[in-house]
Each structure stands twice: as C-alpha cells, then as structure tokens.
Design a binder for this molecule. Sequence first.
Ligand code: 13P
Ligand code: SF4
Length: 363
Amino acid sequence: MLQKPLPIEISRLNPEDTDDRIKDARHTLREDLIILGHHYQRDEIIKWADYRGDSLRLSHLAAAHPEAKYIVFCGVHFMAESADILTTSDQVVILPNMSAGCSMADMANIAQVEDCWATLSTATDMSKVIPITYVNSTAALKAFVGRHEGACCTSSNAKRVVQWALERGDKLLFFPDQHLGRNTAVELGLHPEKDMLLWDPHKRFGSVSPEEIRAKRVLLWKGHCSVHGRFTTDQIAQARANYPGVNVIVHPECPLDVVEASDQNGSTEYIIRAISKASPGSVWAVGTEVNLVNRLAHEHPDKTIFCLDPVVCPCSTMYRVHPHYLLWVLESLVGGEIVNQVSVPIDIAADARLALDRMLLMK
Ligand code: 13P
Ligand code: SF4
C-alpha cells in the first residue's frame, strides 16, 4: 500500500517536539480517540497506546469501544482492517502509515485462494473442506472464509479453531501461515507428513496430486513470516549451551522443529504472561520480534531475557509506524481532516465479519 510523504515540517521534528505535539493532540481529541498498539510496536509508539495487545486482544478491544470516534491502530494493515470490520459504521479506523503491511499476509491473495479452491474441487468434495484463515490475511480472504463456512484464528486460539474445523469437516485448508497451521495440527495429534500437505500457490496444481489431496486432512498454504522463519534449532542449542537451565519460548509462527525444540510456545500475549510470572533470576531465550523482547528485558531487570536470534530481527513493516506518522494522523484529526482511514468495502466486511465472529464466539 502506498503512503504519501509526510509534511516536511513534521518529518524534521526532533523526538521531544514530536512527543509534545502528540501529547497535545491526544489531549484535544480526548475520549473521541483510542490508540491501540500491537506488542511489536517500538517503544516510542507503544508508550502512547491506551491499550496494548496481541491480535486477538486488539480485535476484542476494537469491538468493545463503540464510544470512540477514532481508533488509531498502531500495528499493521490487516489488524486495522479487522478493527474496521468489528467496529460500527460511524467509527473511523486509522493506520498511521499505510505502508505498514505484513509480508505473510501478502503471500496469499484472493485470486490465488479462489484458484486453489477450484482446483481442490476437482479432487475432493469441497462441502467437507473447512477453510481457516489466520487473521494475518486481507479482508478479502476473511470474506472468502466467511462465505465458505470457515473461521479466522489467531495464534492464541488456533488450537480451538482447528479442532472446531476438524469436527465439522473431513479436511481443512489453512492459510496463509504453514507453520501456525502445522504446529497447531501437530499439537492436536496429527502427523506433519502423513496427515498434511503443502499447497504451493506458485506451482501448477499447487505441486500436489489429486491422490494426496484426497488422502490428507490438513492442507497447508505455503506462506510464512520472514521474522519468525529466521529462528533455528541451532540458536536454541547455542542458548542451552550458554545458559544451562534457560527457558526457551517461541511464537508458533516459527517452524515445527523450532517449536518442538523449545520449552513453550504461544502468542505475544502468552509470551509476556509466561515471562512476567516467572521467578526472579530465571533466564529466557525468546523467539519473537525483537522490539517485544527488548521491552520485556527492560521491564524485568530481575530476569535475563534475550532474543534467540543474535542478529537483530525487527518486523520491518511494524517498524514503519514512526512517531512522526502518529503525530500527523492525530494533528490531522484535530484540524478536522481524516487521513489514512482503513475502510473495508461493505460487502467484503459483511462476509469477513462472519469469519471473525465465528472465531470470537468460540469459547
Ligand atoms: P500475535 O497475535 O501473537 O500478537 O501475533 C501477531 C503477529 O503478527 C505475529 O507475527
Ligand atoms: Fe507479519 Fe511476521 Fe510482521 Fe507478524 S512479524 S506482522 S507475521 S511480517
């Protein structure tokens, strides 16, 4: 998505003046505004968030604040889309930088998913295939899933959603993150080779045979997160060698071997909770985005907390939300102008909402 350049005057501001002006704009907008911040946002942004959370918590929060006229979403595009779908038509959702996308979400587009669905239908009865989309996907994909009796999932509830899908159908098609899909299905007792196949959207017939489609229960899309794809079992072995007794905790977007070599895995919220309640003196090697890991290290000086990957691995798109963009969208609102609104077309939003609601209602 294209982001127009900031006014020169704003882009030249120093951090102190930027903060002063964000504070003033926020004060002027008062209860008309809530700022939501995903845990991967940098410290200079997260400090302004009224609420922080993982994808699931932020979806709930967006839906729970009908009084806010403006929701400024400090995160990435698919998160702002979900917030727009879940809020009322009078509320405005704003993404400070329109180029803050998600490389994983970009790995599956609606044309590819429709093509996959049509191709699968030549091999199997599609009324028994339940589509599941990770929330890290465009609204068009969520709408597809809503229309086909499927549901969304996040990294916090993937197990429940996949279980639900397996109870309703013979098979599930999981996109766009192969790793979350595989890790979750393995947790539910399925075998990564015997029960699963990998659909490659760039290859003819997904690079699978009709026999395989008929034989497998979990059809995984060949997508991944470039940040979590960097973590390896060698890094885990190194952490264990350097720090005997270390706790290794990773996000389930990591590959299966990494998840299996770790001690725990879970969403960003899960990782935060596990480390927060751990005893003083404990040591944590964390396989997730570095802004969150550094914040945890700073907030818990009584524990040793470090990123599994010794080479810094920020999510480059999350990082695009710089304080100058936050200031620009807030001052525009104060001046009566809405910029960077994320607005999902009504027909897509209605179908996508079905998929999101099915997820949110699952207990
Ligand atoms: P969480 O839902 O765990 O916050 O994950 C979102 C995400 O994009 C992780 O890469
Ligand atoms: Fe997308 Fe990965 Fe960034 Fe999460 S960390 S927003 S999955 S690119």
